[in-house]
Design a protein around this ligand. Sequence first.
Ligand SMILES: C[S@@+](CC[C@H](N)C(=O)[O-])C[C@H]1O[C@@H](n2cnc3c(N)ncnc32)[C@H](O)[C@@H]1O
Length: 660
Amino acid sequence: MAFLLPGQFFRTTEEAASKTPGTPKKSDEPEKPVNPMQASKEDMPRLLAVASPLRRGGARGMQARPSPMKLQLSEAIITEEPEEPKASQAKPKSEPEKKAERLPPVVSVRKMAAKGCAIVLLRDSAVLELSVAMKVAVVGGVCVQVTRHTRKTRGDDEEEEQGVFIAWGHRVENKVPVSEEAIEDYFNGLSEVDKTPAGLDAKPPFEEELQRFELTSTGPLPLNKQAKKDEASAEQMLQGPHGKPELVRSLWKAKQELDDIWNKPPPPMGRSLMQRVARDELFPHSGKEGKEHENRAGEKLEELATAVGLLEDVPPGAAFLDLCGGPGAWSQFLLDRPNLPLRGYGFTLRSYTGKEDDWQAEEKDDWYPDLLENPNWTALWGADGSGDLLKPWNLEHSAQQLRDRGGVFLCVADVGFSDKSIPPNQLELYFYRLFLGEILMAASCLQPGGRFVCKLYTSCSTATSALLFLTTRLFDHVSVVKPMTSRVSGPERYLYASGFRVGQETKEIISALTSSQNIGAGASPFQVPLLTPIVAASNLIKDDQFLKQLQAMVGRLLERQAGSLRATLDRAEELEELALGLADEAEAGAVQWEAAAAARREQVAIERAARHAEKDRQREERRRTESGYTHRGGRGNRAARGEERNHQAARPGQNRRGFR
Ligand SMILES: C[S@@+](CC[C@H](N)C(=O)[O-])C[C@H]1O[C@@H](n2cnc3c(N)ncnc32)[C@H](O)[C@@H]1O
């Protein structure tokens, strides 16, 4: 990497001025070198003609002098020392002189307003590294995310563009547009920041790793076969057998504090971006979507399957049921195992079916077309064709179909819906009947020894804890797993159970689950969210082993959930402060680049106008050729033959949209 030396810079300036076509010299006298920091507006286009390495092939190798920022980062980037001038030329430069010879850090700004993002090409490596290390910035009062941009330019002499990609999103752009000038000023100004801010590294509160908790029980407990409708209330979450109401309250507080950020008035605008970046810094795997699966659910199943050995020793040709599985990344994952040919069935809510007060799935939840076309996969819709698991007649109809075909070895269930009408902190309660339905369906169609995966939410209430207890009676091995890819700050987790047991106890549990499910009578979760527990709290606490394991699982996951929310909140605030501080420094620093930046923009405008004029000229030439105009104004053959003219063709000097 070679630096442009002062001598070279001035020589090149002269050469450029004399060689640039259409740049007339004012006199025959050789032009005086131009000091960029004292340049007038008239000097700037000429300066910039040599200053922009990306616009002029000959000057591509040029590099601006590094900014005074004492960045450790920049030292890592700048590997080649600038050539020392020969002894005869060598005249030590003063600091102000050196400073005056620097080129502006920003080479160009390309904003894409429709998306609320921009690409900023930079020639100053220190500015580049600082802005990438910051990850965020406040530009023109708006929070933006900053990532490295690299791209090979097309052409004979392939060059790597260096710069940053900044994004703030189209929604924020619609409210408060971020101008190219503000972007340019910010990045130019960064070159004057003389020290890297402290606190660029985020410190996670705990290690990001998959969590797994075994659940076992010592024996059967009395079953409540006369469950009733129960009122869902936040109290139910505090009073469950987990015995740690203070942890539940602490989680609620952390959630509230995060929500309160939305009520904090700007500036800066688009503050939620800081939360997103903070979460990604602290928990990079959490809620991450990979490229392997069509949606995020696939990621989670794959991680879980690997951790628990879900597909180990599965008999080839075995069948699975993908319950509440639309749009079907789980089915795709299971059908796509190269050494394990499986047959699949899917059961999910059909979009826009059911009564007005039922929860309506959207088209995006419908099965992927490749599944519907797959001969090894069949969709089941239940007796009424809606695929609604909450309707007991659908559950029984599809379970019977599966039993008639020999049952399934695997049942995977992932029910979910998002509705703002679910009261805060009661998600688990509104999902109770769905969780119950999933366990009942699995118990109704699994083969002996079969396996079951099922999403659930926090298990704070007695009702949910009782269902977990029942799974320990239905299966040989049960654990609750929270994959890394499942949002650490979210309530979601998965039940994994293997070794399905058949026998009298299973029959009794199925009967108790069925009576409970029938109480709902197919009503939506909003009408009947919760039922009384199938195992009473007073009985659950009799199984000390189960209770201890349940408490450990609930407690640990609550702590991690609340801890991650608090850490995200703190880090988001820290990022905002860092970004605001740097924005102030950059604003002060941008002053000295104002003239250069204005001239650059003017030059860009001139070049853009020239490009448009050239395009218009070419278009006009094509139009004349096509329509048979001659330069004498005569009409060509087509017109003479009376052929239809292209009325959409632009008038001279005008493009198709009528803009000049
Ligand atoms: C999180 S998605 C499942 C994602 C799926 N595992 C995948 O890999 O694509 C939850 C699904 O549950 C479905 N669902 C919600 N309520 C249901 C109900 N009552 N009966 C059946 N399916 C339901 C939703 O329509 C949605 O398709």
